[in-house]
Design a protein. Structure first.
Length: 216
């Protein structure tokens, strides 16, 4: 029964209903946004921005992310039933869903993300998704930013009160009327990698920035 419900949730009508229910729910949050202006100015002046945050903290971004629809932004969604659902919701928010994985360097999905990031300037990636382990980024985020000549923008979400689901990432759902803060860190312009060691060091740097804000 649950599987049938999930398949039903992939339909266009269901995506619209889920999206607006999520928006109605998230509108109860006492939302605070930190450090948004610098990267928006950079983007509007022709810069390219790759937003990176943990899969755990995706829920509040659905509501707030619709603000950026005018930039034709992209996100990556896995080729799975859950990916079907999340990509349908993303489309309702004005985001283009690239289907696939960034974990295989040079794969079709990564190439499509690179092309769209070069063309439109804005994309988001949850570097520990779609299956984890939670709080451990995959190197695809680094490769994507470097090839597209984009800055990496780490972002994390804090909730005063929240539920955490029994999923691989302890997915966070802030409670109604909770104080929720979306924090954009400083933009990072990565130097070119010359070896696998360089790539791994940059991947660890991203983890070091975001891991303190992961609920384990």
């Amino acid at each position: 029964m649950f599987k049938k419900f999930r398949r039903l949730a992939t339909t266009q009508m269901a995506s619209k209903i889920i999206f607006w229910l999520v928006c109605a729910y998230c509108s109860t949050f006492r939302l605070k946004i930190v450090n948004e202006e610098p990267w928006l100015k950079f983007l509007e002046r022709g810069g390219r921005v790759l937003i990176c945050g943990w899969h755990q903290q995706f829920f509040p971004a659905v509501y707030y992310g619709k603000k950026y629809a005018k930039f034709n932004p992209s996100m990556m969604a896995s080729k799975s039933l859950d990916g079907d659902i999340s990509s349908g919701i993303a489309r309702q928010a004005g985001w283009y869903a690239v289907r696939g994985s960034s974990s295989r360097n040079g794969g079709p999905a990564l190439k499509e993300m690179i092309n769209r990031l070069k063309q439109y300037g804005l994309a988001i990636l949850f570097p520990d998704g779609p299956r984890g382990p939670a709080g451990v980024s995959k190197p695809g985020a680094i490769s994507l930013a470097q090839v597209a000549d984009a800055v990496i923008l780490p972002v994390y979400v804090k909730a005063e009160n929240a539920w955490h689901l029994k999923s691989w990432d302890k997915f966070m759902v802030p409670k109604p009327f909770s104080r929720v803060t979306i924090v954009f860190c400083d933009m990072i312009k990565l130097p070119p990698t010359k070896s696998a060691v360089d790539l791994e060091n940059q991947r660890k740097m991203l983890d070091d920035i975001l891991q303190p804000y992961l609920v384990r």
